[in-house]
Design a protein around this ligand. Structure first.
Ligand code: ATP
Length: 452
């Protein structure tokens, strides 16, 4: 088996052709930074979310879930610092009018406007190629503004959340009280986040609307380092568990100048995308920053009293945060494989069984009514618990190839013999081994195999 790496063009085309990812509003020419999940994309994303929830919530007795609203009180975003500092440096080309992230064009990892201005002097515009045509860089706030209620004035203005964490911090005290949790404990949330990125792109890597899976772990300040290390390792293990290749993942610990001002330590788990190693998962020790600023702005006491040690303090927060789409993209890239079978190229998506968008395909050998009827009965018997696809068009070879390309672990073929022996052929994706199984035993057999 040889490893084949997909280029960006190949990935985008395959994701569309095979029903994973479509450009949003495509019939109107698309909208930059927005992508829809197609029928197999939504299955894959749901399986990713479910796996994350099982691994981060169900497997830890001290982690609970939460679902807060996308729109929150504007004071929350003022307190968190997003209104004043959730900005990216932006620059315009005076010649072609294109707009860019100033730090990306300048090629320096800094938000300092003076430094960027200087560096931009001899850079050429990535669009028109002219040199010395940039405006002075300025800050651009990435939150989408909106209004609550019918009057569009400042008092009613708020934002679509740029991260899910804000809602967790605001409900921290109620969650702690109602679940009677003691430190250390965590609150997990999966949901949409919105960022008006200046230059969205690289397919679904940098979006303006995306799904985050975030965990906020509340810990004693003295134990923050220990838990930071723990969650770093935990996240890496999950990524390996769901099928990403070890050699495509690496840790990038942030130097002090790369960190957010409140973070005591932060790291990215980077994945090797076609455009290089880039952040997939962010993990940070956010100190007592979040609860302190919300305590100050809201006037509510958010400190924690440790009954054993009689200490009173504001908990530190360790935050691992990952975007579903960046992960989905990595899984498509690492899942893709090509091999030669009997002189022909076979394309296979090697998703784990847990993540595969379709678990089983039911394929009658011909469209003859007696086979269709039996095949539909087989579909009925095994469906309802996981995603099963029914397909009776085209040759069986082409249907196998189609299922291989979306990563379906098992194909069930109903042939004319099935009418006599009440058995079907089960074909396994990777080995292509075929096994005859009695229809009566099929449901149990597949459940066992899928959970294996
Ligand atoms: P970047 O430096 O790439 O802009 P970030 O450091 O701003 O990312 P965080 O604020 O740490 O990102 O967000 C946590 C996670 O959310 C990221 O690791 C990433 O997986 C995801 N994420 C952030 N911004 C986007 C985006 N615009 N599109 C898709 N996913 C995103």
């Amino acid at each position: 088996m040889r490893e084949k790496t997909l280029s960006m063009e190949e990935l985008v085309s395959l994701a569309k052709r095979r029903g994973f990812i479509f450009q949003a509003s495509e019939i109107y020419g698309g909208i930059s930074g927005f992508w829809d999940l197609g029928p197999y994309g939504v299955e894959l994303a749901n399986n990713i979310k479910q796996s994350w929830w099982k691994y981060f919530v169900y497997s830890n007795f001290n982690v609970v879930g939460l679902d807060t609203t996308i729109i929150q009180h504007s004071k929350l975003w003022k307190a968190s610092g997003h209104v004043d500092t959730f900005v990216d440096p932006m620059v315009d080309c005076k010649s072609c009018k294109h707009r860019f992230r100033a730090d990306h064009v300048a090629g320096i990892n800094s938000a300092n406007l003076a430094k960027l201005d200087k560096a931009l002097k001899n850079k050429s515009c990535p669009n028109c190629g002219k040199v010395g045509t940039f405006t002075s860089p300025h800050h651009f706030n990435m939150m989408f503004k909106t209004y609550v209620g019918p009057i569009e004035d400042g008092a009613n203005q708020t934002y679509l959340r740029p991260e899910t964490a804000g809602g967790i911090f605001a409900q921290y005290e109620l969650v702690r009280e109602t679940t009677r949790k003691k430190l250390p404990f965590g609150i997990a949330q999966i949901g949409k986040a919105f960022r008006n990125e200046i230059t969205p792109g690289d397919f679904i890597f940098r979006l303006r609307e995306f799904i985050q899976m975030e965990l906020e772990a509340f810990v004693h300040p003295k134990e923050a380092d220990k838990w930071y290390k723990f969650w770093k390792e935990y996240c890496m293990n999950w990524l390996l568990d769901i099928g990403l290749k070890k050699e495509h993942l690496r840790l990038h610990d942030h130097r002090p100048e790369e960190r957010a001002h409140y973070a005591a330590a932060s790291t990215d788990i980077q994945y090797r995308y076609p455009f290089g190693f880039k952040e997939l998962y962010g993990i940070a020790n956010r100190t007592d920053y979040d609860l302190s600023v919300h305590q100050k702005e809201s006037g509510k006491d958010l400190s924690y009293f440790d009954e054993e040690t009689k200490e009173q303090f504001i908990p530190y927060i360790i935050e691992p945060s990952v975007g579903v789409e960046r992960l989905l993209m990595a899984l498509l890239l690492d899942g893709y494989d090509e091999e030669e079978v009997k002189g022909e190229k076979r394309i296979v998506m090697r998703f784990t069984k847990q993540l595969a968008p379709v678990k089983v395909a039911v394929l009658p050998l011909s469209k003859k009514p007696e086979l269709s009827t039996l095949a539909r009965n087989v579909f009925k018997k095994i469906s309802g618990e996981y995603n099963v696809e029914y397909d009776e068009t085209q040759s069986i070879g082409r249907r196998y190839r189609r299922q291989d390309e979306i990563g379906t672990p098992y194909c069930v073929t109903i042939d004319f013999e099935s009418l006599e022996d009440k058995a079907v052929t089960v074909r396994e994706r990777d080995s292509m081994k075929q096994e005859r199984i009695k229809i009566e035993e099929l449901k149990q057999h597949l459940l066992k195999e899928l959970n294996h």
